[in-house]
Design a protein. Sequence first.
Length: 265
Amino acid sequence: MAVTVRVGRATLSGLAYVGGLARLGGRAAYFTFIGPFRGRALRLERAVHQAMAVGVEALPILSLITFFIGVILALQGAYELRKFGALHYVSSAVAISMTRELGPLMTAIVVIGRSGSAFAAEIGTMKVTEEIDALQTMALDPIQFLVTPKFLAMFVMLPCLTTWADLMGILGGALFGVTNAGFTFTGYLRATLDALYLRDISSGLIKSIMFGMTITAVGCHEGFSVGAGAEEVGRSTTAAVVMSIFLVIAVDLVFTALFYFLSPK
């Protein structure tokens, strides 16, 4: 009986958490896309500032990681493909793996570590210091004031970062292809373009948009859920990272399955 009670409570808690994320994400989307037409102006300057922090400042570490991922994919693919004399398929394996899966996923993980945790820490600190209460006292909606700029920045920058990550991963594969697989650089890029279809790139970009919305919702929700004390800010930051990674993987699974069943035969 105790086991079923714990399972039931955990299930209800999980559903309530997802409901809270959906409610917060829905309100942020409303203020982003509908609010400006109903007299609720977007804080574009703040959104640009967030976009710089989320996107531009993440480029160096994202470039390095995805470049190495491209090299690793090429090495692992070549290890098996050379057994069948099919080393020329390395470019296809790297390109499809990066655009469909690893590009958006690695981008999301980097952004979670840099920005998702920062969202939780920023809003959590504001709640502990009663700045959230001050905003409400001044008749300012905290979600419109704090979450909407982050939501808009992530909505725009995650696909951009994913595109860059795909490119860097392909260049990492090209390094191996040129040095060890008998490709020329131009030939490698041509083989990559021949292997890719529009659906490979578009599926990764759609995933990246959903990842951005998920990361924003989780980070801000954990920030708003902070209790009293500085220790709670650290707890919420840790929870934001863990839950974001879990939910990003879950969203990735759902959309990968969806694209698989909807793809042409």
